[in-house]
Design a protein around this ligand. Sequence first.
Ligand code: M5T
Ligand code: MG
Length: 576
Amino acid sequence: MKLVKYLKPYWFFAVMTPLTMIGEVLIDLILPTLMSKIVDEGVLGHNFELILRTGLMMLGCAVIGGICGVGSSAFSGATSHSFSRDLRNDAFSKVMDLSFQQTDKFTTGSLVTRMTTDINLIQQFVDLVLRIFVRSFMMFAGGIIMMLRLNIDFGIVLVIALPIELIAMFIIVGKASPLFKTLQKKLDKVNSVVQENVSGARVVKAYVREDFETKRFSKANDDLTQTALKVQKTMAILGPILTIVLNISVVAIIFIGGEKIQAQASDMKIGSIMAAITYITQILHSITMVSMMFQSITRAKASAERINEILETEPEIISGKDKIDSIGEIEFENVDFYYPGFEGKTVINNLNLKIKKGENIAILGSTGSGKTSLINLIARFYDVSSGTLKIDGKDIREIDLNSLRDKISIVMQKTELFSGTVSSNLRWGNEEASEDEMKKAAEIAEAFEFIDNMPDKFEGYVAEKGASLSGGQKQRMSIARSILKKPDVLIFDDSTSALDLSTEARLRRKLFESMKGTTVITIAQRIASIKNCDRIAVIDDGNLVAIGTHDELLETSEVYRDIYESQTKKGDVVNA
Ligand code: M5T
Ligand code: MG
């Protein structure tokens, strides 16, 4: 088990758990013998002083046992909870490092199950091993020794009862084990459906797909229940078998003991019979515990494999070593790009493009032409498939990833806001930003007014994914957030699409006035949005077909002219 290394920092607690447990078990083992002494020598021998003395001893033992018990619970809790916390942290940061592609492959639902249920199961297992494992084995061995010490004749009961119980346990647990893995998979499915529907609740409602989705959920849920029931049914047989064996054993002990007392053949006494009954219960009980542990092992093993799958996934994007503190020139050199796993389908073809520092460049192209893919390369969400992408002459793959992304702000095509206040959302990329800076950024992004009109202004609450805002408000919030980060490169991926043209024009004018020296890359569908840019790159089906100023392109590029004309006809173009 590779996860054992997560226990290392807590080895002290881990070792203390069984040690204190030994104390508890020893006391549990001594008590019945002391009890039998009270009965046989005290009660039957009318020795009141012995009853008192032994009774006090038992009390003392019980207190010590109790302290040991509390200690071992505390130690094992400290171990298993710290263990699971570290494991969860590591798994989480791994998930953060995965590329979009890799997270998609796991599915969000499964990642959530893995991070919660699976890790909990492993934690329970650690807890169980530390406490129950030692306890049951000591109980088992100690119980046998103590019982035989009372009277060797009780051995016959053990010889018959133990094999029956052990065999029953192995058969049944063996049968249930493979089902546990299936159980986790079914749970994944349930979580996936819940996750998808909760985050997509609006669409589900809009398409009146509640019934369909509810059915889909029911199916996943029924599947889960069925598997869980199967496990339950299999395991259910075990309980009664164990109880029957125990009851027969108890009867056998009374029978054997009674016979011996009657025949006065050995020094068998009533107290010994009572103690022997307690011991056989302890012994057989310890076997039940071990069977529970086997269950837990198989479950935890399935879970551990699933966690290892996350931990062992190599991130596709590996950070380079060179830290940078600014981004100047960005240069694409013969760049080809296809999405990993889609080798045949090139999204960007032999692209050569140099973006100068402080340039204000636009990328124009029809839907699906590869614009988003192109800028994804600049933030290194993906690596180029061939060719090189250079930042100030350095291959992007040699640059420290965090220092690179620190200098880039992207306003994504699909805005992502988080639940929290307006200010926490704006400050998300730059926690140190002052109140004034924040207001200034909102002002540039044409967001100040609507924020100021909210009842709580900058402390107003934004719902999950910004659901409480209009589409254009969301876009302006995202833009303000990106400005506040004060990047060297600012990328807008179709991020003003929900704004009316005059708001957009105002926003862009303020932006360029206040962000001089910042490279701005704007993806747009509307020529009106970008006609004042220093250069406009026209992308068609992954190819850079033309580049130049608006006026140059009108002269030279047919594609551009076509787009322009189609948009002017609709009266779409206004002067920005
Ligand atoms: C360009 C494909 C997509 C399209 C082409 C994001 C993504 C895209 N594609 C994938 O195969 N996997 C992906 O994860 O790549 O897509 P784009 O770069 O997103 O196009 P765009 O930004 O120019 O389009 P739009 O509609 O945003 O203006 O064939 O299937
Ligand atoms: Mg796009």
